[in-house]
Design a protein around this ligand. Structure first.
Ligand code: CMP
Length: 143
């Protein structure tokens, strides 16, 4: 079964949107198999955002993601990587459709509330960066 990594960023936590965000993914029918509140180290932040390390916004991105608690999650389900990206909305909340998380709650690309893996390889890499195997729970809904 496909899995993806999602992280509610410090702005989502500060704005008390944890429940709202989790609810949207639960309501859709995806299964939460990993969940923890993390104070992100600079080392983890720099590894997670390695692909952006040459971008001018990289230092600010690392400062921000390490500034407060992050909710790290692994979600499971058929097509969950692409579907979660749709539920999250466009990277810049000003371009995100109403009805998406960023479209409904965000106005700034640097404060876009949540990160979601963009492809299967990224999901595998990010899940293993943020979670140990034993922190993930293998279960299937029975209803
Ligand atoms: P995320 O999905 O976490 O992946 C990389 C992040 O970089 C992205 O969300 C944005 O929060 C951030 N980002 C992308 N472009 C910019 C930008 N031009 N200025 C500041 N932050 C950006």
């Amino acid at each position: 079964m496909e899995r993806t990594f999602l992280a509610i960023k410090p702005d989502g936590v500060q704005r008390a949107l944890i429940g709202e965000i989790i609810s949207r993914l639960e309501s859709k029918g995806f299964t939460l198999v990993g969940l923890k509140l993390v104070k992100v180290s600079r080392e983890l932040a720099e590894k997670h955002y390695d692909v952006h390390k040459e971008r001018p916004f990289f230092p600010g991105l690392v400062d921000f993601i390490t500034s407060g608690p992050v909710v790290a999650m692994v979600w499971e389900g058929d097509g969950v990587i692409a579907s979660a990206r749709k539920i999250i909305g466009a990277t810049n909340p000003l371009n995100a459709e109403p009805g998406t998380i960023r479209g409904d709650f965000g106005v700034s690309v640097g404060r876009n509330l949540i990160h979601g893996s963009d492809a299967p390889e990224t999901a595998t890499r990010e899940i293993s960066l943020w979670f140990k195997d034993e922190e993930l729970v293998n279960w299937q809904p029975t209803i």
